[in-house]
Design a protein around this ligand. Structure first.
Ligand code: MTE
Length: 328
C-alpha cells in the first residue's frame, strides 16, 4: 500500500521510540505513579492487589452465543479455508500499525459499548447499539475469497448479514446514490491515527447498486466466533469481488449520500487505489502485476480471476460504466 516516508523533522520525540515500547513505557510510568500513591496510603493490600497472581479475567463477548451461525451453502470455495492463525496474524489495520503484525496492538480496540450511526438520506436515521443490530439482522456464515491489492489472498469463513438487510432497515430516499462507511476516530486508542499524514478516519464507499448486491456482506464474526479485533471487530465490510482495501473495518457510521465519497486510499493515491477497485488480473497496479496472487498459508501462487471469480454476481453492475477506471 502507499506509505509516506516521513522527513526527520516531522518525527516527534515520542515516535522516535518504537510505538510498543513507548506505550509500555508510559503504562509503566503511569502504574508506578499509581502504585506509589496506593503504597503511601497503605492501600495495595486493602485493594486486593497482592491477593492473587491471576490476570484480570477478560470480559466475555456478549455476542458469543450467536456463533456459529448456519452456513449459506450458496457461497462455495475453490480452495481450502485459510487457517485461522494465519488470518488473524496477517492483517492490514493501519490504525494499529503499518506492518501485518498488528494483532497485539489491536487488542486495545474497545468494542463495547459500540454504536453504529445511520444517517444521511434515509427515513430512519439514528444510532444502533451493535448487540441490538446483531439481534435484528439475519446472521449467516459465508465462505468468501479475499484478495488484497498487494497480490495476496485468503479464503475466509465470515459470519454476518447482507448489507442490503441494513439498507432495507434504514429505508433510503431516492436521492441516496452511495453508501459511505466510516471507521472510529480515537487516536488515544489507535496510535496509527496519530500519523497526521493519513486522512483519518478510514472511509470507504459503494454505489447503491453495489451495496445492495447479494455479495455485499457486513461481517461480525469469522471462523464460527465473534470477529477478532485484528480483523475489524465488531463490524466490517466484505466485498469479495473488490480489492481488500474496500473492506472497511470497525465501522461506526454508515451514511447514505448523493455524492461519491472520497475514500481513504483514494485521497492518498488516486492512480493506485481508486474508488472502484474491482479485481482484474489484466490490469496491473502501477507498481506490480495483478496476474497472480500468493495464497497465504499454502506457499502457492494462483492465477487471479476477474472480479475475483464473482463475475456472475457483479459484472452486470458495471454495464455502461466502461469509461470509469473500474479496476483501479
Ligand atoms: N479498515 C480500516 N479501518 N483500516 C485499515 O487499515 N485496511 C484495509 C481493509 N480495511 C484497513 C481497513 C486493507 S488494505 C485490507 S487488505 C483489509 O482491510 C485487510 O483485512 P484483513 O486484515 O482482515 O485481511
Amino acid at each position: 500500500m502507499f506509505i509516506r516516508h516521513k522527513k526527520g523533522w516531522e518525527i516527534p520525540e515520542r515516535e522516535a521510540t518504537p510505538e510498543s515500547l513507548f506505550l509500555n513505557r508510559r503504562a509503566l510510568v503511569k502504574s508506578a505513579v499509581a502504585a506509589g500513591a496506593l503504597l503511601a496510603s497503605g492501600g495495595l493490600a486493602e485493594a486486593g492487589f497482592f491477593s492473587s497472581d491471576a490476570p484480570a479475567p477478560a470480559m466475555p463477548d456478549p455476542s458469543l452465543g450467536l456463533y456459529p451461525a448456519k452456513r449459506n451453502e450458496m457461497f462455495t470455495l475453490d480452495r481450502e479455508i485459510t487457517p485461522e492463525a494465519v488470518n488473524t496474524h496477517y492483517n492490514n489495520f493501519y490504525e494499529f500499525g503499518m506492518t501485518k503484525n498488528i494483532a497485539d496492538a489491536a487488542e486495545a480496540l474497545k468494542i463495547r459499548p459500540w454504536t453504529v450511526k445511520l444517517d444521511g438520506l434515509i427515513e430512519k436515521p439514528g444510532m444502533i447499539a451493535i448487540d441490538d443490530l446483531l439481534k435484528a439482522m439475519p446472521l449467516e456464515e459465508r465462505l468468501y475469497r479475499h484478495r488484497c491489492v498487494e497480490a495476496w489472498s485468503m479464503a475466509v469463513p465470515w459470519t454476518g448479514f447482507p448489507l442490503k438487510a441494513l439498507i432495507d432497515y434504514a429505508k433510503p430516499q431516492s436521492g441516496a446514490k452511495y453508501v459511505r462507511m466510516e471507521t472510529f476516530l480515537d487516536s488515544k486508542m489507535a496510535p496509527g491515527q496519530r500519523q497526521f499524514w493519513y486522512p483519518w478516519p478510514y472511509v470507504e464507499g459503494l454505489t447503491m447498486a453495489e451495496a445492495t448486491n447479494d455479495l455485499a456482506f457486513l461481517v461480525t464474526g469469522a471462523y464460527g466466533k465473534p470477529l477478532p479485533k485484528s480483523m475489524g471487530a465488531p463490524l466490517r465490510l466484505a466485498t469479495p469481488w473488490k480489492y481488500g482495501f474496500k473492506s472497511v473495518k470497525s465501522i461506526t457510521k454508515i451514511s447514505f449520500v448523493a455524492e461519491r465519497p472520497k475514500t481513504f486510499w483514494e485521497q492518498l493515491g488516486p492512480s493506485e487505489y481508486g474508488f472502484w477497485a474491482n479485481v482484474n488480473p489484466a490490469v496491473p497496479h502501477p507498481r506490480w502485476s495483478q496476474a497472480s496472487e500468493e495464497v497465504l498459508g499454502t506457499g502457492q501462487r494462483r492465477p487471479t480471476m476477474l472480479y475475483n471469480g464473482y463475475g456472475d454476481y457483479v459484472a452486470s453492475l458495471y454495464t455502461g460504466l466502461e469509461k470509469e477506471p473500474l479496476f483501479m
